[in-house]
Design a protein around this ligand. Structure first.
Ligand code: ZN
Length: 469
């Protein structure tokens, strides 16, 4: 509850009552085949430029469909107009994505064009503050949250009336790069020193922001569209799996990058791709029903895709079985299609492994590293590491790669030898985990004239495109 009021706290405008929003409405997904899942597989969603009257109508419809109050729907409506000059309507049955920006912020500052509404979880009241200057938010020593002179003992949610809120996060003493996010922010005090920040954002603006964060700027339009579909499918699958969790997805490259709104040409093309593919997802039949699956993707597969079993996916799940041939990613820049050799001392490797897996803390000098399990395509799934005293431990290939460094060992596809106290990783292929879609292969196929649907069916065999409504 509120502990005190700032002089700058606003009262609700005439005719409007501050109230809490039902943030956690459940998702209701409705799948169905595209009317035309052939070439071309997608159809642009052409919408007339909204008039004042139909903007109000859409806002009211969103209020009913999303279970949000009208004032929120209007705010969302503004978000989409501000993002691309036209409405980007999210399928009505879907709740917002809960994208966790951080879980260990020492301080957060926010600003917006116009007022920011602050609401407490479970509270019936809200407060408004002007948002044109930075407002610093920090955890309170009594496990509350301070916003300037305002203090709350509950979680709070910030909603900018403009629909876009600018955020800068302080982790280790420096303010992070400000980013502009559509939707709302929820802040939770983990303890007296750290805040969790979660962005509640509608699916389609989220997808556009992910595409703008993940894509290479000069990629082909069909690559942008394919990226939009995998980003949408990926997050919807996370929302299904994590419906009872605090958040649906993190925002770094370990899931899919989400860095807020971009106003440049990349941002414009990303929004166009999201709009073109609105609601379209990848599905695969499971038990006679079309289901979403986790559309993993990585930068460069290096010639053949990896099995999803490295992430615990069932080998029976055909789209993620791996072994899909791809030489389109030869066009990838730098040493990514082929890389190496990389040389590290055995002690350096031991220390890096021990930092990731405590089982290596007792290891003496590493004597051998050898693949202990391989996919049908020959890619290592796990490595057995032995020390000079006869200890051994099996580590998943992707874990070994991340322990050494994701940019040192660009993939888990390599040969490894040890000689004279030096570990030599050679014959490296690809950049990233290699499961599912190959992003540079996607670009190569788009340049060769393939449509987004064809590209996705190539990398996810047995899948098809469906549309959530
Ligand atoms: Zn590839």
């Amino acid at each position: 509850m509120w502990a005190c009021l700032s002089k700058e706290v606003n009262t609700p405008p005439p005719g409007r009552r501050w109230r809490a929003f039902p943030w956690l409405a459940d998702a209701r997904l409705h799948s169905g085949s595209l009317p035309n899942d052939h070439d071309p597989p997608l159809r642009p969603v052409n919408r007339p430029r909204p008039t004042r009257a139909n903007r109000a109508s859409v806002a009211a419809t969103r209020a009913v469909l999303c279970g949000l109050c009208v004032c929120c729907a209007v705010a969302c409506d503004r978000t989409h107009q501000q993002a691309d000059g036209s409405l980007m309507e999210t399928p009505g049955s879907l709740r917002p994505v809960r994208a966790r920006l951080t879980s260990d912020a020492k301080r957060v500052r926010v600003r917006a064009d116009g007022p920011i509404v602050i609401s407490e979880s479970g509270g019936e009241t809200e407060r408004g503050i002007t948002g044109n200057a930075w407002r610093v938010i920090e955890p309170d020593s009594r496990t509350g949250i301070n916003i300037g002179e305002v203090r709350s003992t509950d979680d709070i949610t910030l909603t900018a009336e403009s629909g876009v809120i600018e955020v800068s996060i302080m982790g280790q003493g420096e303010w992070g790069l400000p980013r502009r996010y559509p939707g709302r922010l929820r802040l939770v005090a983990n303890d007296a020193r750290h805040l969790t920040v979660i962005n509640y954002v509608d699916i389609e603006p989220y997808v556009a922001c992910v595409v703008a964060s993940e894509i290479w700027p000069d990629f082909h339009d069909e690559a942008y569209r394919a990226q939009a579909i995998v980003a949408r499918t990926y997050v919807l699958q996370q929302m299904r799996r994590r419906r009872n969790a605090e958040h649906d997805i993190r925002t770094g490259e370990s899931t899919q990058a989400y860095r807020g709104l971009r106003t440049d040409e990349v941002g414009r093309r990303a929004r166009a791709a999201a709009r073109y593919s609105r609601g379209v997802v990848c599905t695969t039949p499971v038990g006679g029903t079309d289901r979403l699956f986790t559309t993993y993707y990585s930068a460069v597969c290096g010639g053949v895709t990896q099995s999803g079993s490295v992430f615990g996916e069932s080998p029976e799940l055909k789209p993620l079985a791996g072994g899909v041939a791809c030489d389109y990613c030869r066009i990838a820049p730098g040493d990514t299609y082929r890389w190496g050799p990389v040389r590290l001392s055995t002690e350096d490797v031991r220390l890096r492994l021990a930092a990731r897996d405590p089982a290596f803390e007792r290891f003496s000098r590493i004597r051998s590293i050898a693949a202990s399990e391989r996919t049908a395509a020959g890619r290592a799934l796990a490595f057995r590491v032995e020390d000079s005293d006869g200890r051994s431990h099996v580590v998943p290939a992707e874990t070994l790669r991340l322990a050494i460094g994701a940019r040192v060992l660009k993939s888990s596809e390599f040969t490894v030898t040890i000689d004279a106290g030096e570990v030599r990783f050679a014959d490296g292929r690809g950049f990233g985990h290699g499961v599912g879609l190959c992003q540079w292969g996607m670009q190569g196929q788009a340049l060769a004239g393939k449509k987004a649907g064809e590209i996705l069916r190539h990398y996810y065999p047995g899948s098809k495109l469906s549309r959530v409504q």
